[in-house]
Design a protein around this ligand. Sequence first.
Ligand code: ZN
Ligand code: ZN
Length: 366
Amino acid sequence: MAAMDEVRYGEAVKDNMEAVLMVAPEKLEVKQVPVPEPLVGEVLVKVESTTICGTDIEIIKGTHVPRWPPQLPAILGHEWAGRIVAMGPHTEGFGFEMGDHVAGTSHAGCGACRMCHIGRYNLCYNYGKTVTGHRQYGHVSQGSYAEYVSNNIRALHKMPKDMSFELGSAVDPAACGLWTAKRAGINAGDTVIILGSGPIGVFAFESARALGAGRIIVVGGGRRLEIIAGQGAETISYREGNVVEQVREMTDGQLGNVVLETAGQKASFQWAIDCAGKGSRVALTGIPEEIPDIAWKRVVLEEMDIFGVRANPNCGDEVIGLIRGGRLRVEPYITHRFPLKNYQEAHDIFVARQDGALLVNLTPGT
Ligand SMILES: [Zn+2]
Ligand SMILES: [Zn+2]
């Protein structure tokens, strides 16, 4: 056995790799860059599939610099799956082996702060302090828009080998949907209103379904909404008529027991409260640029619970179980596939929501 403090390679790895670099706001370049070497606690993973997230699009606009990313050029991407090709120092004994198939997730907490101790590592007090071991891949640390990523084993989920990498690259966004549903808490038979028909809305729908919701009404628009309707959701197009009135009508005036807001728009924030019924629970994932006036009186007198949602702590293994058991569907939402080098085209299609673009998958090195 190799010394614990050495890097052990399971196959020949070249010196350079293809990567999509964000070089400036709205400016991306496909380039060859050095393959990273795994540090303590990290494994080198060959990225086999990666998916575009709405957050990537926001980061590419440059409005989050220097928080996300702290410096340019940067490699984004945090929804991915791949194969372990090298084990870094001190990675033995955790259950990860050379050749394992793994799905990535963005947050790796420091492991030592109060939030990490209670499992809320997405709220790590040492966020962004690299020296503590904290990472958020594709945000403050190198992401998956590359042939290889050196990832801490704390931010990996082992996949069964009969699950495709393409499904694996949906584990992170699906976990965001599951966490949103779990934050609100879904009881058997609940009427759940989901605002937004993008990838997180889709996976909030799938998760609410898996958790035993009775009725699920998704508010969204265009081809994306049709795709969700095709999977059994009741739908309301926000472009046609008054959303709240339609929800009221469909629920005999009772509104939702649970509302999951995934669109992050001023109007959808408003609807989140206005579509929430007595004793309801509301989870919010988006952050609108402008916050609307909320009906706080109703929140108080109708005893609503409101939950913020950040990313997807502790949900990756659960999602893999749900996908494997056929309880959470991914395939119907994979709308596009591209080689990673065609990232710009994929990005533009996602932004334009062309043909209802939902999961736009990219394969590095092809
Ligand atoms: Zn994401
Ligand atoms: Zn921490």
